[in-house]
Design a protein. Sequence first.
Length: 437
Amino acid sequence: MTTFDELSSHAKPVAVVGLGYVGLPLAVALSRHFSVIGFDISAARVDELRAGRDRTGEVAPDALAGARIDYSCDPASLRRAGLVIVAVPTPIDAYRSPDLGPVRGASATVGANLAPGTVVAYESTVYPGLTEEVCVPILEERSGLACGRDFFVGYSPERINPGDKVHTLETIVKVVAGMDDATADLLCAVYSRVVKAGVHRVTSIRVAEAAKVIENTQRDLNIALMNELALIFDRMGIDTLEVLEAAGTKWNFLPFRPGLVGGHCIGVDPYYLTFKAEAIGFHPQVILAGRGTNDGMARFVAETAVKRIIARERLVKGARVGILGLTFKENVPDLRNTKVVDVVRALEEYGVACLVNDPMADPAEARHEYGLELTPLEGFTGLDALILAVPHEAYRALDLPALATMFAPGRAPLLLDLKGFFDRRAALDAGFDLWRL
């Protein structure tokens, strides 16, 4: 097995497979202590990083420029590595089942270029058992080597929070597991070099996999409760955020808020756990109920907008609705699994013309992934309603009088503020018809 001395002396490099939101920050951090190969199947991504550009915004330009990483899209480069860390996405398919294509593909690529003695660690979020049941057989088949004799496997789930400059790789405790003590020892030593918060060692890969998948499942369920409360309070004519602010004055009330639950983690990971649960004969009712609530919020928002347009005696068909924000969360360019698209599609079913603006999103990606053309704010004119969907910091520059000029004359401007971004009293005093989720 590769030793820590071989890695720390730069005799053998560490390879990071997948240079996205998870892999790139990890590769940059590791490069301060080890020789690093940064591998990605996208030649365009490799060229971008070689030129010192990171479209995800997760690594600062100066940190990226100072990182000594051998970027490559040649799988043969992995043969030099003593440790390979796989950090590829694990999405779901159209049927909300795990899409294992990326992790299977990465395992096949790594296996075909696996040198004897190499340790392979996975960071991708998976259900308990997947690493050993799915990935290891692929590694063995493609390499012709035996796991536990010729190569070794571990798991250390990623905990990256896109756009968060406080809770970073270095400041979040790293959960680490190995197939045996020696593998766990090596991984703990490597991760301890880059994670200042330290590592938390667990007894098995399956425990580490389970710990990761329930982190986001717990958050998903808490947000689902807030969303269900929002549905109840909306029918009662009570402002949900005011209720939560009042309840939050108690020391042990958890500060969750209602909202659209998208992205590549919270809206996806629970389906990995429920998939495995059903495979072993257990139907998880609470988790799926939470998913159902959260997945239904986009339609609720769209239908609320339609009802309020009707109440204002405006025609729905042909109505112009502006939407501020398209990415899955604030201050990140990530469009994966954004639920704002579901709001747009639901509105379009009613014949509403949607104008979408997002200063963080890549217009070409929005066009390619969702067929949406982003509209500059100058194009937000004659609106019948405005939805603040994603509270990007860039929207702080929009004051209420400026927003009011975007609307068609004749009625109080209708603002649907999904995240409580604008001050409620100020909006009402400015003459807005304000609705908050």
